[in-house]
Design a protein around this ligand. Structure first.
Ligand SMILES: [Zn+2]
Length: 349
């Protein structure tokens, strides 16, 4: 009888035990997974919260990349928020921390490019230079690195090196003609072995073949060789330096030359130095000339802005190279009417 019961119970009990065990193991695995997932979600939310508050530490980025497998591009995008805020140091430390964990050579190169660019933007030119040289060691055809290196050498006035970079870029079929003319011009202006007279002659020579350096030449002559400037005014489009002419010292103006030039007559009539023009095609000059002739006291003045014809950004100060898009000689002067000195001060009272 007993034997029968055992025979009868055994298989059922066995199957029951196996199913129970399977159930317990599955349940435990399931519960454990839920626990782990909840835990990581919580940590992830904590990280996101920290990101929203701008509190992410360098290690947190590494954590996001290595533990949570957040794609490389997303991490870079997160780190770029520091760049938008102008916090270059923080962006740099994130890139440096990531560099130690990223193994893929393409990603490594991308990180180094970002690092070089951020050092450059932050004004750390030497460090930026070192990074780009490092990139070029294993990737000598990296055009971005070469272009930045050219920019850095130009800023550091290391003209012996600029030529090497120009040659490398030429070999890679990059159109570098404008940069070459620009740097040749800077080199002449900066050459301590040349006299102002020699520099003037050389600059006028380059200008006769390359109109793009016009403002550089006019600016140089207005500073160091005014006589030659007034002698050559018919060669220049003077409206490109209307700001420099506007602020020129009264005693430095050659009024004989002014009287033979319609643009200069209008400009200096608007400035009230002379009274020989009654109108101008340039709206701002025209307004100023007409107020000079009116009896009522209107106090307006002229100010200048510069628009980059490449990126369309407006800048208050002239620069040969746009600080926003790095294009060269793209600034165009724009006159702007403003309240005069008298009115500005009286409105403060
Ligand atoms: Zn620009």
């Amino acid at each position: 009888m007993n034997g029968l019961v055992i025979e009868y119970r055994d298989p059922l009990f066995g199957i029951f035990t196996i199913f129970t065990l399977i159930f317990i193991v599955s349940f435990l695995t399931y519960a454990y997974n839920i626990y782990i997932e909840k835990k990581s979600r919580k940590e992830y939310r904590k990280l996101l919260k920290k990101f929203e508050l701008g509190d992410l530490k360098e290690d947190d980025y590494i954590h996001l990349y290595t533990t949570y497998n957040l794609p490389f591009d997303s991490i870079i995008l997160l780190a770029s928020s520091f760049l938008h805020k102008g916090d270059y140091n923080k962006a740099i430390s994130v890139y440096l921390a990531l560099l130690e964990h990223v193994k893929d050579p393409t990603k490594k190169e991308e990180l180094l490019e970002l690092l070089g660019n951020t050092y450059f933007k932050g004004g750390f030119l030497q460090r930026s230079k070192d990074i780009y040289l490092k990139i070029l060691k294993f990737s000598p055809h990296n055009i971005i690195a070469l272009k930045y290196l050219l920019l850095i050498y130009e800023k550091l006035k290391d003209y012996s090196k600029t030529q090497d970079v120009i040659e490398s870029l030429k070999e890679l079929d990059v159109d570098i003609q404008k940069e070459e003319i620009f740097i040749t011009t800077l080199k002449i202006i900066d050459d301590s072995l040349l006299s102002f007279e020699e520099k003037s002659i050389k600059l006028l020579e380059i200008f006769s073949a390359n109109k793009i350096i016009e403002r550089l030449v006019m600016e140089f002559l207005l500073k160091y060789n005014k006589k030659l400037f007034w002698k050559n005014i018919n060669k220049f489009s003077l409206s490109k330096v209307m700001d420099l002419l506007w602020y020129l010292d009264f005693n430095d103006i050659d009024f004989n030359a002014v009287n033979n030039n319609i643009f200069l007559k209008e400009l200096y009539s608007a400035k009230k130095h002379i009274n020989s023009s009654t109108s101008s095609d340039i709206f701002e000059f025209n307004v100023l000339i007409s107020t000079n002739n009116s009896t009522s006291k209107v106090d307006i003045d002229l100010n200048f802005d510069f628009i980059c014809t490449q990126c369309k950004k407006l800048h208050p100060i002239y620069d040969n190279r746009c600080p926003h898009c790095n294009s060269i000689l793209t600034f165009k002067v724009k006159p702007q009417l403003t309240k005069g000195y008298y009115e500005k001060n009286s409105s403060l009272q």
